[in-house]
Write a protein that binds this ligand. Sequence first.
Ligand SMILES: O=C(O)CCC(=O)C(=O)O
Ligand SMILES: [Fe+2]
Length: 284
Amino acid sequence: MRDLLITRPAVRDLKPDEIAFYRENGWVKIEALIPPEVAAEMLRIATEIVRTPDISEEGRRAPQLDDWGSKVVDSGYWRDYHFIARDDRREPFHSLAFGPEIGRNSQRLIGRGGAVRFNTDFIAVKVPGPSDSPANRPTAPHQDFVNVPFDRVGNHNYWIALNQVTAEQGALRFYSGSHRLGPLGLHDDDHEPVLASYQALMAAEGVELSDPVTLNPGDATVHSSTTIHCAPSNTTDVWRVGYVLAYMPADSRYTGAPYYNVAGTGLKMGDTFDHANFPIIYPQ
Ligand SMILES: O=C(O)CCC(=O)C(=O)O
Ligand SMILES: [Fe+2]
């Protein structure tokens, strides 16, 4: 029996104190979410794919709206490859992204008992180089919520370390408690001044920037889309390789805002995301 091929990667159940930490702070570190040997296999596959960018020139850093996926893009903050699970169906990414184990965890994180819907998956690599290079700029402080077209909170990202992630490699940092402030503005040229204007409110609400969250292969963080997060450039000569999975409450409705993952789906404002791009993963 020991020789049976295990096709589904083990994603462990989150502990009650991890769920409680997430609720309190808007993010949580999960040690050994997946076994290190599964992370090592994912790293091997990911490294091969992202070795060289398909798109690195300035004008294409943000691809056309419907153009994410199947291309390695130097998108500014990181080198990006979308949909290795959803479109390529590569294992073990696919079983990890669409399995009931991660779905059950997401349902508990959302905390409302409803179904969980997949949003997106991508590999995010900070490639060593100057801090203004197109795959290694600092990830500016931002909330994901203002960039997604979902009408309600609950969407969240797992950031899974495929290799060792030290502070110097561009580990994420989180503004603990910022998820309670509400949406703080679009991530645009004026974003940092906008954020700065919330400083007094943040202090009054007890919002604090976390230490860099260092991760071993297979460790992860989960952050709410309303939690401000950021990461510095990678100043080492070792890649920072993360795999990001994003989920939302299945009853979320489309606000109608442009979004790469909605382009071409025919979804209309007010629709639930009933489309093959957004399968319900739990309960199935
Ligand atoms: O990988 C990074 O530096 C940032 C990732 C991020 O912003 C996210 O997962 O929402
Ligand atoms: Fe983000």
